[in-house]
Design a protein around this ligand. Sequence first.
Ligand code: BJW
Ligand code: ZN
Length: 248
Amino acid sequence: MFINNSLINKIINAKEIVFFTGAGISAESGIPTFRGKDGIWNKLKPEELANFNAFLKNPDMVWEWYQYRRQIIEEKQPNAGHYAIVEFENLFNNVTVITQNVDNLHNRAGSKKVLELHGNIEKNFCIKCKTRYDNLLISENKTAPKCKICGGLVRPDVVWFGEMLPQDVFNNAEKMAMRSDVCFVIGTSAVVYPAANIPIIAKQYGSLLIEINITNTELSHYCDYSLIGNSGEILPNILNEIKKLKNI
Ligand code: BJW
Ligand code: ZN
């Protein structure tokens, strides 16, 4: 894809950069997105699985769904898009990754400042006493485990519909969005709130909004640039153009 020089110059001059990411950035790693033609929610209804009442009603079914997804994620690797962001962190001083993803791939790629708005599928906690169970083996826990201290159900540490996002993480994300000069919006349908407010806040505070997605989204009309294509290709391309201009 051709990326024009004026865009590259604007990025180069940025002091603070935010990468706001969604499931699409991990699609090229082989992890299914939620919506769209190959999305996991074409077959499964989110309200049946990704909410607390569903978990209370049928903990083993919800747990099994998460174990299945954990298995997929464990077998996959970060892709060129995740790694390009890590390289951005080496070229620019202030880079923050704000992700809706629970797959931990930004951390596994080596990103240093990752704000996980919707939690992390590798972690768990007891719903009663909040004891953490972050290292449960996938193979040994086919059904929802019980807390060793109080007997309460252990759940994945992810944010379900109707639940609050972790307040400190969201506040930090808002702050970084406000401070950013450039905000990339990558691989998200931008329909789930309050996360989808992050790029809107960034733009309201003067950030340049650059969307990278294989298709137009709810947010495209609001963005300064909308780059259509795979993030695993476009991000490395942008990085290469930056390196050329910086003579790296
Ligand atoms: C590529 C690509 C490639 C593909 N390269 N791109 C009405 C209006 C507004 C809000 C609401 C409403 N009714 C209810 C709400 C609130 C609700 C909400 O937003 N609902 C909307 C869906 C309508 N929000 C909540 O409930 C949130 N909490 C909340 O509001 O609390 C306040 C409150 C508390 C109590 C009472 C009342 C209010 C919580 C939301 C939690 C979301 N959790 C999930 C599940 C996490 C756990 C799990 O993984 O199981 O988070 S839902 C799911 O969606 C997941 C994702 O993080 C999130 C966003 O999805 P994302 O990342 O955008 O993925 P997709 O699949 O949608 O898009 C992928 C994109 O990639 C596509 O655009 C592709 O084109 C693109 N793509 N390949 C580039 N190679
Ligand atoms: Zn407990």
